[in-house]
Design a protein. Structure first.
Length: 135
């Protein structure tokens, strides 16, 4: 099988790499880990993401984890414009899913298959009453 590859794009890639490798020292044995210094919105990084997404030998997923919902969602939409429709699932860290839901819903209220933007990390889904039942 193919080896897992993780690529991190960050303005502070060197510092993030030291912290990450210190926290997860065994991960390097399980995957190829690369940290790339730069602004995620730079054209060369967006082109690199598009190239990874377009590589038929790669099963890629993009995780967007910047500082706020709006920035994350705007970046996901920017990336989506550069990649082939449906070729790259994009997971976006969000505090609130409501804004994303309005963008990814079809006319009948169902999910649009071409969007492939998925929220994760919402406190409302983690800190819900049904999650506390049985505690």
């Amino acid at each position: 099988g193919l080896r897992l590859r993780v690529t991190v794009f960050d303005l502070q890639a060197d510092a993030r790499a030291r912290i990450f490798r210190g926290r997860y020292p065994d991960l390097a044995g399980a995957c190829d880990l690369e940290f790339v210094q730069g602004n995620a919105a730079d054209a060369d990084i967006l082109d690199r993401i598009a190239a990874i997404a377009g590589d038929p030998s790669t099963l890629a997923t993009l995780l967007v984890t910047m500082n706020d919902d709006s920035t994350n969602l705007l970046y996901a939409l920017q990336v989506r414009e550069r990649v082939a429709a449906g070729s790259l699932p994009i997971c976006v860290r969000m505090v609130d899913v409501h804004g994303l839901a309005s963008l990814t819903s079809g006319a009948e209220g169902g999910r649009r298959a071409d969007v492939r933007i998925y929220p994760f990390g919402m406190a409302s889904r983690i800190c819900a009453r049904d999650m506390l039942d049985g505690c």
